[in-house]
Design a protein around this ligand. Structure first.
Ligand SMILES: [Fe+2]
Length: 223
């Protein structure tokens, strides 16, 4: 099973797709690349908007897309990419941002992230709110931050692009082949420009490790 865990494909839900036409093109690109399950992880910035406002926009956008989806489209799972902010642990209803039927939340770190400033929030989200947090695109963060968060028990997702850039590819390859906490891979598709070019390259480079990670994603999402 081929699962793209991270993509911005809901029309107008964030800056990933400005129209239904773009979203349908993105879905078609995924189908052509052999993707079976495509996660719609629209950006949610809790610092700048309410959860209810986001959910309303996402639901409306999801309906528009589902009504227009061709029969052969990949299965679409609607979730979110949540940007961590101070006080996020106090927001009611965060569970609605998880992947359907799970406690799995895709979370990215804010620009001003520091372990000291956010340690308590992360602790509450993980142990009191009992969210199973997958860190989005760990390839964007420093070794210190990634090591610290994975030691705490967070799971990790890597972006396809990072396997194809000389600056990041060695580190991403090492993580993907050595760490069991890498549970997902994603295109992080915004628009249609590069489509699945990097995703397919990543698949080839990873070989068996790709299948192992896809197996982990499948189990995590109970697919
Ligand atoms: Fe993203």
């Amino acid at each position: 099973m081929h699962i793209d865990f991270h993509a911005h494909i809901l029309p107008g839900a964030d800056h990933g797709s400005s129209s239904l036409e773009t979203s349908l093109q993105q879905v078609e690109l995924a189908r052509q690349a052999g993707i079976d399950v495509l996660a719609a992880t629209s950006h949610f910035y809790p610092k700048h908007e309410s959860l209810s406002g986001f959910l309303e926009r996402r639901t409306e956008s999801e309906h528009r897309l589902r009504e227009a989806l061709p029969e052969n489209a990949p299965k679409i799972l609607v979730a979110a990419e949540v940007t961590l902010c101070r006080g996020m642990e106090e927001i009611d209803g965060l569970e609605q941002l998880c992947f359907p039927g799970t406690d799995v939340l895709l979370m990215e770190l804010p620009r001003d992230f520091s372990i000291r400033a956010y340690e308590q929030s992360l602790d509450i989200l993980q142990f009191e709110r009992k969210l199973n947090i997958v860190l989005a695109h760990i390839d964007r963060y420093s070794d210190t931050v990634v090591d610290f968060l994975l030691d705490l028990g967070f799971l990790a997702q890597i972006n396809a692009e990072s396997f194809c850039r000389w600056r990041t590819r060695r580190r991403s390859m090492a993580w993907a082949t050595e760490l069991e906490s890498v549970v997902a891979l994603g295109s992080d598709m915004h628009g249609c420009d590069t489509g699945y070019r990097d995703f397919l390259k990543m698949k080839e480079k990873l070989g068996e490790a790709y299948d192992l990670i896809m197996g982990r994603t499948q189990r995590l999402l109970k697919l």
